[in-house]
Design a protein around this ligand. Structure first.
Ligand SMILES: Nc1ncnc2c1ncn2[C@@H]1O[C@H](COP(=O)(O)OP(=O)(O)OP(=O)(O)O)[C@@H](O)[C@H]1O
Ligand SMILES: O=C(O)[C@H](O)[C@@H](O)[C@H](O)[C@H](O)CO
Length: 181
């Protein structure tokens, strides 16, 4: 076990528009975690592709996932626990994230496509078109029993969803990981 393995990383995952940024920022505040916005770590080519209404493929996502894993490793090496918003739609993508130093826990924000589409329609100034939501759901692989993490239902208000995510995350953020509870 190396010095950084006690650190915990929360990855707030799910399809576009499901509330990852909203929830990840709230978890960062609640548990005093280092925060990264996964969308900011995409290569520009990926942002251009999504903006043009073209879904990303495995090849497009691979360097992005490695960038996020490297960020988590670097934070763990500095003794930090983290939270990052990242769609992490497939198990093989989550395997890349799990290669980071430390323990990686997934917070899957899940819900009905219709609810998310409605929320995305009201969002201003974001590159992701609602038209890509179908491909996001087609790509999504739910967490399996052997993966560390939990599911949060996004149907409720922001405060309800955040409260559920905080309750779920608290069980993983033990005194051992150095996170204040
Ligand atoms: N529980 C909620 N109830 C109502 N609106 C919400 C809720 N959670 C998030 N929203 C709103 O839905 C929109 C999408 O949320 P957010 O940007 O956090 O999602 P995201 O998963 O990070 O999106 P993306 O993956 O596209 O970056 C925002 O306008 C946000 O304010
Ligand atoms: O894997 C993907 O297809 C992408 O990460 C998208 O999910 C977006 O980055 C994001 O969610 C923006 O809406």
């Amino acid at each position: 076990m190396n010095a950084s393995t006690k650190n915990t990383h929360l990855v707030v995952m799910g399809v576009s528009g499901t509330g990852k940024t909203t929830v990840a920022q709230a978890l960062a505040r609640e548990f005093n975690l280092e925060f990264a916005e996964g969308d900011d770590l995409h290569p520009q080519a990926n942002v251009d592709k999504m903006s043009a209404g073209i879904p990303l493929n495995d090849h497009d996502r691979e360097p992005w996932l490695h960038t996020i894993a490297q960020w988590m490793t670097s934070e763990a090496q500095q003794g930090q626990n983290t939270v990052v918003s990242c769609s992490a739609l497939k198990k093989q993508y989550r395997d890349i994230l799990r290669s980071a130093a430390g323990r990686v826990v997934f917070v899957h924000l899940a819900g009905e496509k219709e609810i998310i589409a409605e929320r995305m329609k009201h969002r201003q100034g974001h590159f992701m078109p609602v038209s890509l939501l179908d491909s996001q759901y087609e790509t999504l692989e739910a967490l399996t029993d052997d993966e560390l993490g939990f599911v949060v239902d996004i149907a409720g208000t922001k405060n309800q969803v955040i409260a559920d995510a905080v309750t779920g995350a608290r069980t993983y953020l033990t005194a051992e990981s150095g996170v204040a509870s």
